[in-house]
Design a protein. Structure first.
Length: 98
């Protein structure tokens, strides 16, 4: 998988499911229970997931490839603030469209 997906996905997400049809390949990722590095100084508790993000990747062997990504939601134990990974930091060198 590390040859066809960005390194960031392999390092921070687990593949939880795949669906392979004649025309499409769907890869489902969930963020690992490892808080984002930019919040190392805070005590965070995982609190489920945010909405799913779908990214169309480059075709592979004539199939459309879709990456379905679920980001974790974290709660700051001290303040109760909800924290999520900053996609602006993630997207360096990766092009995403809406």
């Amino acid at each position: 998988m590390k040859f066809i997906t960005p390194d960031f996905l392999i390092e921070n997400f687990e593949i939880v499911s795949t669906i392979n049809s004649e025309e499409n390949l769907h890869l489902y990722f969930e963020e690992k229970i490892k808080p984002p590095k930019e919040f190392d100084a805070l005590e965070l508790v995982p609190k489920g997931f945010l909405y799913e993000i779908t990214i169309q990747n480059f075709p592979l062997r004539g199939k459309f490839v879709y990456l379905h990504i679920k980001l974790r939601r974290w709660t700051n134990k001290a303040t109760g603030e909800i924290i999520k990974r900053d996609w602006q930091l993630v997207a360096k060198g990766i092009y995403m469209t809406q």
